[in-house]
Design a protein. Structure first.
Length: 642
């Protein structure tokens, strides 16, 4: 495989056609760029700020997060697919685009490709004549939103996965998607690559060396050949990187630069100051615990206040916010999600509608010339900025504010085409006849949002650059007053197949604290010492009465303590009386260590049971000291498996 860096890609001329999209840097007396800088498509991407993910596929109908690849296309049969409703829900939350999962790891394609039979052509949806990708794309355009696509590199269905023939297939898929659905703003490659799968009936585990197998430089170049402004996501050489978790939390600080080597998760969350590559983070999470819709998560939708915190921990730290909205089996965003999105979006629109810095008078301790005057931070433009002379790297800028304006949000932005210049800064307010420091942070970058504990009505606000390798280039200082989101009604799941744990009790457990499994609180955990086959972790649950039990669910912690991971696999037995036991199921939890999503395990068929006994023989990650489980549940009728 050819050695590769982003600089090699830029020098090769693959993005030379984007020159006209580059921001103007030629103003007389402009500072020289410092360090890595964004390409034109990356600069455009930084302006998007927030957009939606849509996970909708076979998994929606099997109640899984990862399909195995052997699912029949006949399962995909939404009863009321409404792309305009999905797009409207996203737009209500101020999302500026939609990225659709065109193919997840199970290999099922949501567009009518002729490259495989494992696609929507062979589903009941519109008698095989539907095209979910096309319908979503047109709905997004109607609403004025951008459109992007996710195409899983892993394919658990394809018989040639892991061999050269699959790469030819995958590249053809990319070309189809890049040439059929108009301009794309982002093309998403998932990091999950290789493992067990159906693989055309082989039913085996296949291991790959992802960088060598996919030859990512050629894949990225292929996307850009057809979609010059589509930012690619994730592998080295792509335009944007993973933030390192699926909880929606960017590092503080979160630098947009990284070293020129393969992604390291510990570096990805915070970035690396002065890294050779402009490789900014995208901060993704789902509005529900899982990425696909599950009825038992209807009561676990993120509240408007939680979405507000997500905004602060993503957009507010200079990254882009990528919020997943999973349609249900109708093909619509469920009511609890719609309500939360609308409340959050309305609050943020009202908050950002009035910039309380309008009408202020800006002055700098130093200015490099009229084209870079302090007033540039108030003109509302991305392409103008205040800057000081080259030798003055720690200047200050003061805004004299009109009286009577109380604010609790401060937004500061750098002019990124000149690089990330500010290392550390402070913000002060003039109140009660003196300067009082409000905040001190590392990194401004695309933007830094500072949320105060309470509104203040200062007559002046001051930005002080405390440390910088080059003179600053500050494009904006804005002030806002947060409008509180309207409360939404609490929701309980209406799915009657889900058993309520009310009345359940712990009969026996190998470690204390197992009551946490039944308290309906995802923040509390049952912890057990590292299980081994000779000394497994076990728990026995009394359901309180006989039930027609079709399977069980296990929920790991979304934020486990250090050294704690979920169990790797399970053995589950049932009993009608606590004496005679029948094996229910055994196996491994799919991707549980990293996705940290609820696992739903069906039995071969429903059985009458009052007692449930689970055994765990190993942690999901070897070498961890303990396992932790947030909840155990049950259901009476599994999703169809055909």
């Amino acid at each position: 495989m050819t050695e590769f860096s982003r600089r090699t890609l830029l020098a090769s001329g693959l993005v030379s056609g984007l020159a006209s999209a580059a921001p103007a840097l030629a103003a007389d007396g402009a500072p020289a760029a410092w360090g890595a800088t964004p390409s034109p498509r990356q600069w455009a991407w930084h302006g998007h700020e927030q957009y939606a993910f849509v996970h909708f596929s076979i998994n929606t109908f099997t109640d899984k997060e990862w399909g195995y690849g052997d699912e029949s296309p006949s399962l995909f049969d939404p009863t009321d697919f409404d792309p305009d409703q999905i797009v409207a829900a996203a737009k209500s939350a101020n999302m500026r685009g939609i990225i659709l999962t065109a193919k997840h790891h199970d290999g099922f394609c949501l567009w009518p490709t002729m490259l495989t039979e494992h696609c929507i052509r062979n589903s009941p949806y519109k008698q095989g004549k539907g095209d979910i990708v096309g319908e979503m794309e047109r709905a997004a355009r109607r609403a004025g939103l951008m459109f992007g696509l996710y195409l899983s590199p892993w394919d658990r269905n394809h018989p040639e996965y892991g061999r050269p023939a699959y790469i030819d297939y995958y590249r053809k898929q990319i070309v189809e998607l890049c040439t059929r659905y108009g301009e794309l703003f982002e093309f998403w490659f998932d990091g999950a690559n290789g493992g067990d799968g159906y693989y055309g009936g082989a039913r085996e585990t296949r291991t790959i060396d992802a960088p060598k197998y996919y030859d990512w430089p050629s894949i990225v170049a292929l996307v850009h050949q057809h979609q010059p402004m589509a930012c690619t996501f994730d592998p080295l050489g792509s335009d944007i990187r993973w933030v390192g978790n699926e909880d929606g939390v960017a590092g503080d600080p979160c630098w947009p630069t990284m070293p020129n080597h393969s992604y390291i998760q510990t570096e990805g969350n915070a970035g690396v100051r002065g890294g050779a590559l402009w490789w900014p983070a995208e901060t993704n999470t789902s509005i529900r615990p899982g990425w696909f819709y599950h009825a038992d998560e209807d009561a676990k939708v993120k509240s408007p206040m939680r979405l507000l915190r997500y905004y602060d921990e993503s957009v507010g730290r200079g990254t882009n916010m990528h919020l997943n909205l999973p349609p249900d089996r109708r093909g619509r965003i469920a009511d609890p999600d719609v309500a939360s999105l609308a409340s959050f979006g309305a609050a943020m629109r009202a908050t950002l509608a009035t910039n309380l810095a309008d009408g202020a008078v800006a002055s700098g301790s130093a200015t490099r010339g009229a084209a870079f005057a302090a007033a540039r931070v108030l003109d509302g433009r991305r392409d103008t900025y205040w800057s000081s002379p080259d030798g003055d790297t720690t200047p200050s800028l003061t805004l004299d504010l009109p009286p009577g304006r109380a604010f609790d949000l401060i937004r500061i932005r750098e002019y990124l085409p000149l690089g990330v210049r500010v290392t550390r800064f402070a913000v002060d307010a003039w109140t009660e006849g003196r300067w009082r420091m409000l905040a001190e942070h590392d990194c401004i970058s695309a933007q830094r949002i500072i949320r105060l504990d309470r509104p203040i009505a200062a007559r002046r606000i001051r930005l002080r650059i405390l440390e910088a390798p080059a003179c600053p280039a500050i494009s904006e200082i804005a002030l806002f007053r947060q409008v509180a989101p309207a409360p939404v009604a609490a929701v309980r799941s209406g799915d009657r197949t889900i058993l309520s744990p009310k009345g359940w009790s712990i009969v026996a457990a190998s470690s204390p604290g197992a009551d946490a499994l039944l308290d309906d609180d995802a923040a509390t955990l049952w912890l057990a010492d590292t299980p081994m086959p000779a000394s497994p972790a076990t728990v026995t649950i009394d359901l309180g009465r006989p039930e027609s039990l079709a399977g069980f669910s296990l929920t790991p912690s979304r934020a486990p303590p250090k050294g704690v991971v979920p169990p790797r696999g399970y053995v589950v037995d049932t009993s009608p009386d606590g004496q005679a036991w029948q094996q229910g199921a055994a196996g491994e939890f799919a991707n549980i260590a990293y996705a940290l999503a609820t696992q739903r395990i069906p039995f071969a068929g429903p059985r009458r049971a009052r007692f449930l006994r689970l055994r765990f023989d190993a942690p999901a990650i070897a070498g961890r000291s303990r396992i932790g489980i947030a909840a155990i549940g049950g259901f009476t009728t599994p999703a169809p498996q055909r």
